[in-house]
Design a protein around this ligand. Structure first.
Ligand SMILES: Cc1cc2nc3c(=O)[nH]c(=O)nc-3n(C[C@H](O)[C@H](O)[C@H](O)COP(=O)(O)OP(=O)(O)OC[C@H]3O[C@@H](n4cnc5c(N)ncnc54)[C@H](O)[C@@H]3O)c2cc1C
Length: 318
């Protein structure tokens, strides 16, 4: 027993970025155990996904062709069967909405301890998982007191696996007990204003309470358009109903890891920072130089957003 299994995920016809990141995290663990790295993809266009998962460092890809969309029961049964088939020592999945849906059940069925939301590993004598505690105020090291483990991995923490591997991409003949599925997935419907996924955006223009009122929001949309960016927000904006929940960044919103995060009129409360501190470059526009957001910003413009934002829009849009 030394192999590692990664459970990739897809949505709306595409593999999600976390799938490639899981391959890198899985390779790291497989190197520590001396085992092989397996990936699995369940449902949807598994032939295409399977080929895409055949990246450097991957030894085998198991595809399970069953339905189009993620289904808890199908995923749970298939992952359990594949993990048993390859005698996996570690199983990794994304710490995502879909991941959270199935991994507790699979960990329980496999009798593996479950460690969630990993941001790094320490390997050597066994496995230790680094994860954040108290909304990111501190980090903790969880020593896994077991030979096996199921670990969920936070999106955006490992680089994506690249290149092309020489893995065998094979269909896995999962024995899905239809009677035990309990749910049928009829289709996929995006909540809120369409297909915005701020967790996948490269550039985010994020707006906070400094915008004062809903009628001022076009200022921010104009800047986002000029930059080719996506608009996100702090919680008060969402609580006011000015933008949809799918755009909220933070502890009770989404965790984002864009290349550039522009925080406008956002103070930098710990619950907000918990969702965006993984951004590569943080830029803030805030008229209060003592606002906590300046503690984590790479660049800042101390000024009135109602002057600065239109000037930037003109600069980049013109
Ligand atoms: C359990 C819990 C979970 C939470 N989850 C989240 C979460 O997921 N996401 C989140 O964002 N918050 C969350 N919060 C709320 C969080 O604590 C803060 O209240 C919130 O982040 C503050 O939002 P803000 O920065 O937009 O507003 P404020 O803190 O009011 O900051 C507004 C900023 O705008 C600046 N400003 C004002 N006018 C201008 C101007 N004209 N030009 C430039 N700058 C200006 C001010 O200097 C200030 O720094 C949570 C709270 C709790 C208790």
């Amino acid at each position: 027993m030394s192999d590692v299994l990664v459970v990739a995920e897809h949505r709306r016809g595409e593999l999600r970025d976390v799938s490639y990141e899981l391959l890198t995290a899985g390779r790291e663990l497989a190197d520590s155990t001396g085992g092989n790295l397996h990936a699995t993809i369940i449902s949807g266009d598994v032939d295409e996904y399977g080929e895409d998962l055949n990246r450097e460092g991957v030894d085998a890809v198991h595809t399970v062709d069953h339905g189009e969309e993620f289904n808890h029961g199908v995923c749970t049964q298939a992952v359990e069967q594949i993990a048993n088939e390859i005698d996996a020592q570690y199983v990794l999945a994304g710490n995502t909405v879909n991941g959270m849906d199935f991994y507790p059940a699979v960990a329980e069925r496999l009798d593996m301890p479950l460690v969630t939301d990993a941001i790094a590993f320490e390997t050597g004598d066994g496995l230790s998982v680094i994860r954040e505690l108290y909304s990111g105020k501190t980090e903790g090291t969880i020593d896994v007191d077991s030979e096996t483990a199921f670990v969920s991995v936070r999106p955006g923490e490992w680089p994506a696996a690249e290149g092309t591997g020489d893995a065998a991409v094979e269909a896995f003949d999962a024995d899905i007990d239809e009677e035990a599925l309990n749910t049928t997935v009829n289709g996929y419907e995006e909540v809120g204003s369409g297909d915005v996924d701020i967790s996948e955006a490269d550039v985010l223009v994020s707006i906070g309470r400094g915008i004062e009122e809903e009628d001022n929001l076009p200022l921010v949309h104009d800047l986002a358009d000029a930059l080719g960016a996506t608009v996100s927000a702090s919680r008060p904006i969402v609580d006011n109903g000015w933008l949809g929940q799918e755009r909220q960044v933070g502890q009770s919103g989404k965790k984002v890891t864009p290349d550039i995060y522009i925080a406008i009129g956002i103070s930098g409360a710990v619950q907000h920072v918990a969702g965006m501190k993984g951004a590569d470059t943080i830029i803030t526009i805030n008229n209060d130089p003592s606002a906590p957001i300046y503690d984590i910003a790479d660049y800042g413009i101390v000024g009135d957003l109602f002057d600065v934002v239109p000037a930037l829009t003109e600069e980049f849009g013109g």
